[in-house]
Ligand binder design. Structure first.
Ligand SMILES: Cc1cc2nc3c(=O)[nH]c(=O)nc-3n(C[C@H](O)[C@H](O)[C@H](O)COP(=O)(O)OP(=O)(O)OC[C@H]3O[C@@H](n4cnc5c(N)ncnc54)[C@H](O)[C@@H]3O)c2cc1C
Ligand code: SF4
Ligand code: SF4
Length: 769
């Protein structure tokens, strides 16, 4: 039983944490301050994927720090104003900015100046992307070979007399009660008012963990490929670094490349071509489906999986290169107190218990607001109800405190409580969910307006406030017109079609007969303002267009919208309805925007998308039953089906669960996993792609540097980087892309676009490109 509970918990945690996976970052607040007050994180470690953006963060963080009250007086004695850890692009530019402000600062560097770039292969061209953003600060940046770039940086360091201490890694950090820091390195101790951590995340090469990996002739980086000549070289890995290393080394050596996969799936197009040629010409031997079991002097032992049986093989090795990427220095970050995003380390039980107590307490407290007395307490309920109120406040407070200390289960409890209450009450007066049954709806209906109206106000307010923030974040700050139009569209659709028309304009149109005298005087039309949601919401998202005796106008428009307008829209725009028009997608794109990077990722997360097929099938079945109920009868199956669909899809799947999960799995849980309209549009779009007539897709050029920003920010969890590396188009035949364009917007190398010429284009153009 215990083992079962543990396994279940581990599975749930794996699902919840799948959004971050390898892309996990430190939790940051305003000004890039970490959870350790006074310690700021910049550069690669804080999500700036290229040199220019890392440099910009160096300047911005010093600017932010300089405005803090405690930085208005200079540091005294041996205390430094700022200590900067890491002499890469971000750290060096921060040091230059700090010097400009007159701060006393020291830069601590674990190895050499610009060590990450130093480790690039000899002669590598370093791009200065994004092209349209000028570099910030005093560090030089332009397209150059790595050797020239490092020479220029070294010159700048001496010109400005920066105090950079190389070969001196930070080992310990302690925050004093007064907010200053004691820092220990391998060579000395420092005291500073602020710490800027710019240690990047590429400095920790990933290891295999196999015996013998620490042998002298096994390396985790390739510095100088020209050093090796007429030797047996063994390379491990299937990414670009490993393949590039194998290709370069194969010019003068005998090379065997071991890869655990059955085929290369993350290679640049050019690398792919070259490795295929090298294999065909027998210049490189690739052992697919192999894993290294041991390194011995002169030999690498690998196990090869032949799909039914395994064999062992010894490969001669004068030099071995394990090039399987880098990993976040989690241990180091934890050791200095940095909290990482999306960590599910606490036990779920306290949060579960407190959330249950909270709901029970609300049940008792409800008696004060006209709710039924629990357990037939009758007269004696008063005191118990007050106690319930107290317990409710205490348990909610407890969840918040635990959440603030880093227990994500507690935030999950709070989030569930909020959205379960909002939606559980909205079900209708008298049919509210427990513990609100019989009192919730009335309590939440004020100023002569029902809760459903206030709910729409809440929804529209959230979308507007967070929509403007998202518009600023993706549109105005980046001067991206596509995103400005997109967020303006989402907010406008919400205001006009999902708020003003159903709540006010429909009634006005009827009153002043703008819809014509006949419709205005027809109660079947005039008294059903709620049907105006069907102007934009197509079946099966707005499920009720065809049911409960609609006026013919709605039936005709519903058929046109679903079977003519939507298919034409999808032909040109794929599933952009979800990211430009729909209110459900709109709340996800606006209120859910801050959590977009937490969308579940990986193959398993894509497999779960079968669920929206199930909801679509359920919608079709219930629709058929409803339309034929007078003919078929079937012992009230239609009404039962309708009830099930309403509670399951329209309350739990669209209302309670997805919004509860926004802060944990990003905003697109409903759209990606459960929305039947999204599925229907996906099928149409896929069909158009197969016919070769779809005009929606995203293409990539050859500039991808595998920074992962696009995949991290995709709200529907698509591994965009995979497509970019292989320069394959993203369309709805291979993905559930909704055309939000965020991947295009975030890409620092301008790799992605809607087509090669910046406009929508036919797939045939891709094939040619
Ligand atoms: C293969 C590859 C190709 C790339 N190509 C490009 C390109 O063409 N153009 C581009 O703009 N970007 C490119 N990048 C990305 C670029 O390298 C990074 O964006 C950039 O280096 C980030 O700068 P940073 O200062 O944040 O971190 P880093 O450059 O990684 O610097 C961090 C520094 O901190 C030091 N450090 C780590 N731990 C400690 C410690 N405990 N104590 C003291 N010091 C420590 C490290 O030694 C390192 O010198 C590429 C990256 C890779 C992997
Ligand atoms: S692939 Fe890009 S455009 Fe498509 S949904 Fe993801 S981020 Fe949006
Ligand atoms: S395509 Fe994606 S991984 Fe490649 S550079 Fe752009 S954002 Fe980074």
């Amino acid at each position: 039983m215990k083992a079962f509970a543990r396994k279940t918990r581990e599975r749930i945690e794996a699902v919840l944490a799948s959004g971050s996976g390898d892309l996990r970052r430190p939790v940051l607040r305003r000004g890039n301050e970490s959870n350790v007050r006074g310690m700021f994180i910049i550069g690669d470690l804080a999500g700036a994927p290229v040199i220019k953006l890392a440099m910009a963060q160096g300047v911005e963080v010093v600017d932010f720090i300089s405005k803090l009250p405690e930085m208005q007086t200079p540091a005294e004695g041996d205390t430094l104003d700022v200590i900067i850890v890491g002499a890469g692009a971000a750290g060096l530019n921060a040091a230059l900015a700090a010097q400009e402000k007159g701060y006393r600062s020291v830069v601590l560097e674990k190895c050499k100046i610009a060590n990450t770039i130093e480790n690039f292969p000899e002669g590598k061209w370093v791009y200065a992307e994004p092209d349209d953003t000028p570099p910030k600060g005093k560090l030089w940046l332009d397209g150059a070979v790595k050797e020239d770039l490092i020479a220029r940086w070294s010159q700048i360091i001496s010109e400005y007399g920066l105090d950079v201490r190389t070969e001196e890694p930070l080992t310990e950090l302690h925050r004093r009660g007064d907010g200053t820091f004691d820092i220990k390195t391998t060579k000395g101790e420092y005291h500073a008012k602020k710490v800027i951590l710019a240690t990047g995340q590429r400095g920790n090469p990933r290891t295999l963990g196999t015996p013998g990996e620490d042998l002298e002739q096994v390396y985790h980086q390739l510095y100088s490929p020209t050093k090796y000549h007429d030797e047996d070289v063994f390379v491990v890995g299937g990414g670009n670094s490993a393949v590039e290393a194998a290709l370069t080394l194969s010019k003068r050596n005998r090379v065997v490349l071991s890869y655990r996969g059955g085929e290369f799936s993350r290679l640049f197009k050019d690398n792919r071509r070259q490795i295929d040629e090298a294999i065909a010409a027998k210049r490189i031997e690739v052992v697919f489906n192999s894993s290294v079991t041991e390194f011995k002097p002169g030999v690498a032992v690998v196990t090869v999986d032949h799909g039914g049986y395994q064999s062992e093989r010894e490969i001669p090795m004068d030099h071995g290169f394990v090039l399987i990427g880098a990993e976040l220095p989690v241990k180091f970050l934890k050791s200095i107190g940095v909290r990482l995003e999306n960590e599910w380390t606490a036990s779920p039980l306290p949060a579960l218990a407190l959330t249950t107590v909270l709901l029970l307490a609300v049940w008792f407290a409800g008696a004060l607001l006209g709710g039924p007395a629990p357990f037939g307490l009758g007269q004696g309920v008063g005191g118990v109800a007050w106690a319930g109120t107290g317990f409710a406040l205490l348990s909610l407070g407890g969840l918040v405190v635990m959440g603030a200390r880093g227990d994500r289960w507690s935030w999950l409890g709070v989030s569930f409580f909020v959205w379960y209450s909002i939606y559980g009450i909205k079900v209708g007066s008298g049919s509210e969910f427990w513990p609100y049954r019989g009192w919730g709806y009335e309590t939440m209906s004020f100023f002569d307006r029902p809760w459903a109206f206030w709910y729409t106000i809440l929804y529209t307010t959230l979308m507007t406030v967070f929509g403007v923030r998202a518009l600023k974040r993706w549109g105005l700050d980046r001067r991206d017109r596509f995103q400005i139009w997109r967020f303006a569209s989402l907010i406008s659709f919400q205001w006009v079609f999902f708020f003003l028309i159903p709540e006010f304009l429909f009634q006005l149109a009827v009153k002043h007969q703008w819809v014509g005298a006949a419709l205005a005087s027809d109660p079947q039309f005039a008294e059903q303002a709620w049907r105006s949601y069907g102007i934009i919401y197509a079946w099966p998202l707005f499920f009720y267009t065809f049911f409960y005796d609609p006026n013919t106008v709605w039936v005709v428009w519903g058929v046109l919208l679903t079977f003519v307008v939507i298919p034409i829209f999808v032909l040109f725009n794929g599933k952009r309805y979800c990211s430009w028009i729909c209110g459900c997608g709109g709340l996800a794109e606006t209120f859910g925007d801050r959590w977009r990077h937490l969308a579940p990722k990986g193959k398993a997360s894509v497999r779960w998308e079968w669920m929206n097929t199930a909801v679509l099938v359920l919608a079709v079945v219930v629709t058929v039953l409803m339309l034929g109920r007078d003919v078929i009868g079937l012992l009230g199956a239609a009404d039962k089906g309708m009830w099930v669909y309403r509670i399951v899809a329209d309350v739990w799947l669209v209302g309670i669960l997805p919004v509860t999960l926004y802060p944990f799995m990003g905003g697109k849980v409903w759209c990606r996993y459960w929305c039947p309209l999204a599925k229907m549009m996906g099928l149409m779009s896929k069909f158009y792609v197969k016919l070769g007539i779809s005009r929606f897709h995203i293409v990539a050029n050859d500039k991808c540097i595998a920074c992962n920003e696009c995949s991290r920010n995709c709200q529907v969890g698509i591994d965009v980087m995979q497509y970019a590396l292989k320069q394959e188009p993203i369309d709805n035949a291979t993905s559930s892309c909704i055309g939000c364009g965020i991947c295009v917007t975030v890409c620092p190398m301008d790799t992605l676009s809607y087509s090669t010429d910046g406009t929508l284009s036919l797939p045939v153009l891709n094939a040619a490109s």
